[in-house]
Write a protein that binds this ligand. Structure first.
Ligand code: ADP
Ligand code: MG
Length: 240
């Protein structure tokens, strides 16, 4: 589903991703962990070409992400992304945040889009908030709206970049629960998170990054009990 082959990414002179090799299968949940600045967000952002790679090959399905001929809008329709800071439109009601892309991008009618929006709001447990504005919701509720918004496009892949890092601790669980449900339903997910409990419980594989490289890829059972890399052990000692 997602294939990195010797992928490099530079920001000017700065070599941020170094020879990344990673294959992610359909339905797999991959959790990416590592110190701040190690390139986790950049890795995610290359998948939907929010950042362009500067070397190697990156495929999503049978699409070459870095090919000039690739229809980026089509690629992005298949990939939902959830950010740390929700990125909802503050001046739009919850339901209008969700119907916007299905109407504009998929060409659905307002009523079709609203039916889908309500379905996903129910799925994330906040159907009663449809007509509120984002500022009237808690952080956890706003993030669940952001997830519903992503799902309403019926993506094949969902990317999560520290989706709970900006939340008050008591709201982390409600967002992770929604993500767990998605994972169990077979969504292909790449999740950057510091929530080690989530990684242990939900990840099929854990990817540990440091300084632009993938140092270790392992099942959570292996990684958390017997990390092979000294840097990974150090990291775990600090976060666990
Ligand atoms: P992480 O998500 O693991 O914290 P990032 O992928 O955000 O790491 O960043 C990796 C490195 O690339 C950091 O040193 C960061 O400062 C740098 N970086 C990120 N985005 C840019 C950018 N747009 N231009 C220049 N450097 C950047
Ligand atoms: Mg980041």
């Amino acid at each position: 589903m997602i294939s990195f082959q010797q992928v490099d990414k530079h920001y000017g002179e700065f070599h941020v991703l170094k020879g990344i090799n990673l294959e992610i299968s359909q339905g797999e949940v991959v959790v990416v962990i590592g110190p701040s600045g190690s390139g986790k967000s950049t890795l995610l952002r290359c998948i939907n070409r929010l950042e362009a790679i500067t070397g190697g090959n990156l495929d999503v399905g049978n699409v070459k992400v870095n090919d000039k001929k690739t229809d980026i809008n089509k690629l992005r329709r298949d990939i939902g992304m959830v950010f740390q800071h929700f990125n909802l439109y503050p001046h739009k009601k919850v339901i209008d945040n969700i119907t916007l892309a299905p109407m504009k991008v998929l060409g659905l009618s307002k009523s079709e889009a609203e039916t889908i929006a309500k379905y996903y709001l129910k799925k994330v447990g906040i159907e009663e908030k449809a007509n509120q504005y984002p500022s009237q919701l808690s952080g956890g509720q706003q993030q669940r709206v952001a997830i519903a918004r992503g799902l309403a496009m019926k993506p094949k892949i969902m990317l999560f970049d520290e989706p709970t890092s900006a939340l008050d601790p008591e709201m982390v669980g409600e967002v992770l629960d929604v993500m767990k449900t998605l994972a169990h339903e077979g969504m292909t997910m790449v999740v950057v998170t510091h929530e080690m409990g989530f990684a242990k419980e939900v990840a099929d594989r854990v990817v540990f990054m440091d300084k632009g490289q993938i140092l270790e890829v392992a099942s959570p059972a292996e990684f958390f009990t017997n990390p092979k890399e000294a840097r990974a052990r150090q990291f775990l000692n600090r976060v666990l």
